[in-house]
Design a protein around this ligand. Structure first.
Ligand code: ASP
Ligand code: MG
Length: 418
């Protein structure tokens, strides 16, 4: 059976009109490719998930003002959040039916996606494609509600923000699909966010690793876990616009290629800005084996993702530690860190929301020495102070003040790409 998996993001399904347009697009593909089966994964209608989370917090916040979390409130949160994708999947199936194409919508559980029980961040354990295949054999277009699954015990779970991408990749893998296409409101992957920077260039082909690094640096491309799974499974992904025709970007294992003509392609593939992080610092930490794990293990157990860990040079057997977490996790992180700091006899714990991360990413950087120096000097020339730096083979990240973020993005992009 030849199968194409497509995924449509929330902005492409934000209104009834748009849902009808997406249905027309799918129907046209169906007419063109009569022998091919179509599985379509959908996100919730744009903004729905945020609205549901806000609503949940309005009714369910604790008296101390603590927001709902996956631990205590996980089951109810997931039961609630999963409805967003169920709404859009049913509406899209109805729209297709009205065009004379027979379609069926399935929840994640009905589609056979079995997960663990970690509410709001569940992992897919297995995928039973029997139901989907049965529907495809009947000639139906199968619309799957993204972002969700069901635990062995039959409880509804969600897979983390942005995880409709993951649903699509997992289904493409399990169904051995011929193609996996990710549709959204951008025409592909660019050298920077086209809505924030002029003079961006489109990338026609890019490696999994670069897109993973971009996602990790806060570029709004695709969910990181989805890219990881695609890489592990060797599934190429086609990133394209829903409503504007064009080739888009292929994410795969081929070397990175830019659209248009170049004398020499830039060594930097992408410049990313993340304005949704905060920095936590712990002062006067004993410089002894085991201390870092004492600090970071409880934070990890809280389901908090820590990034950019920097430890200062040790002085008199003590050191300072700084790390970044996402804005949303800051309050919880500070609470946990203060508790541990007391236990291990460390000094003050402080935090800083006034940060932004500007990063450059590119496999080509390895063969171009001096890239880091060039980035720092262009920031310096523009009087932008760097608070933290981390580097890896394919990326260089700097933490600067949040108010400098957008300007830094532009000047760094200009330096390396334009
Ligand atoms: N609706 C979910 C979210 O907003 C999942 C997705 O869109 O991929 O995070
Ligand atoms: Mg999304």
């Amino acid at each position: 059976m030849k199968i194409i998996v497509q995924k449509y993001g929330g902005s492409s399904l934000a209104t009834a009109e748009k849902i009808k347009k997406v249905a027309q697009k799918i129907a046209a593909l169906r007419r063109r490719r009569k022998g091919t089966s179509l599985v379509v994964v959908v996100s919730a209608m744009g903004g729905t998930t945020d609205k549901l989370i806000n609503l949940a917090n309005v009714v369910g916040k604790s008296q101390e003002g603590e927001l709902l979390s996956g631990g205590r409130d996980g089951r109810e949160l997931d039961n609630l959040l999963s409805t967003g994708e169920r709404v859009s999947s049913s509406l899209l199936a109805l729209a297709l039916n009205s065009l004379g194409q027979s379609a069926v919508s399935l929840s994640g559980g009905e589609a056979g996606i079995i997960t663990d029980k970690v509410y709001t961040k569940a992992k897919i354990c297995s995928l039973d494609t029997n139901r989907i295949k049965k529907e495809l054999k009947r000639g139906k277009i199968v619309i799957v509600a993204g972002f969700q699954g069901v635990s062995e015990e039959g409880e509804v779970t969600t897979l983390g923000r942005g995880a409709s991408d993951l649903s699509a990749v997992a289904l493409a893998k399990a169904l051995d699909a011929e193609r996996c296409e990710i549709f959204s409101d951008v025409k592909g992957i660019y050298t920077a966010d086209p809505s924030a920077v002029d003079g961006v260039r489109k990338i026609s082909q890019i490696s999994y690793d670069e897109v993973l690094a971009m996602a990790g640096c806060g570029a709004r491309v695709m969910q990181g876990r989805a890219i990881e799974l695609a890489k592990k499974s060797g599934i190429p992904l086609s990133i394209r616009s829903t409503f504007v025709k064009g080739k888009g970007t292929i994410i795969g294992s081929l070397p990175t290629k830019f659209a248009g003509k170049f004398v020499e392609a830039p060594s930097v593939t992408n410049v990313a800005l993340n304005e949704k992080e905060a920095k936590v610092s712990v002062f006067r930490v004993l410089d002894r084996p085991g201390i870092a794990s004492r600090i970071f293990a409880p934070i990890a157990r809280g389901g908090i993702n820590v990034d950019m860990i920097v430890q200062n040079v040790s002085k008199d057997g003590y050191t300072d530690l700084s790390f970044t977490v996402s804005d949303e996790d800051l309050e919880r992180t500070v609470k946990i860190t203060r508790k541990i700091a007391k236990e291990i006899g460390a000094g003050k714990v402080s935090f800083d929301r006034d940060i932004a991360r500007v990063s450059i990413i590119g496999l080509g950087m390895i063969s171009h020495p001096g890239v880091a120096a060039r980035m720092f000097s262009v920031l310096a020339k523009n009087k932008i102070n760097i608070k933290m730096i981390t580097t890896s083979e394919i990326k260089i990240c700097t933490i600067i003040r949040r108010k400098d973020g957008k300007r830094a993005l532009k000047v760094v992009h200009k330096e390396f790409v334009e």
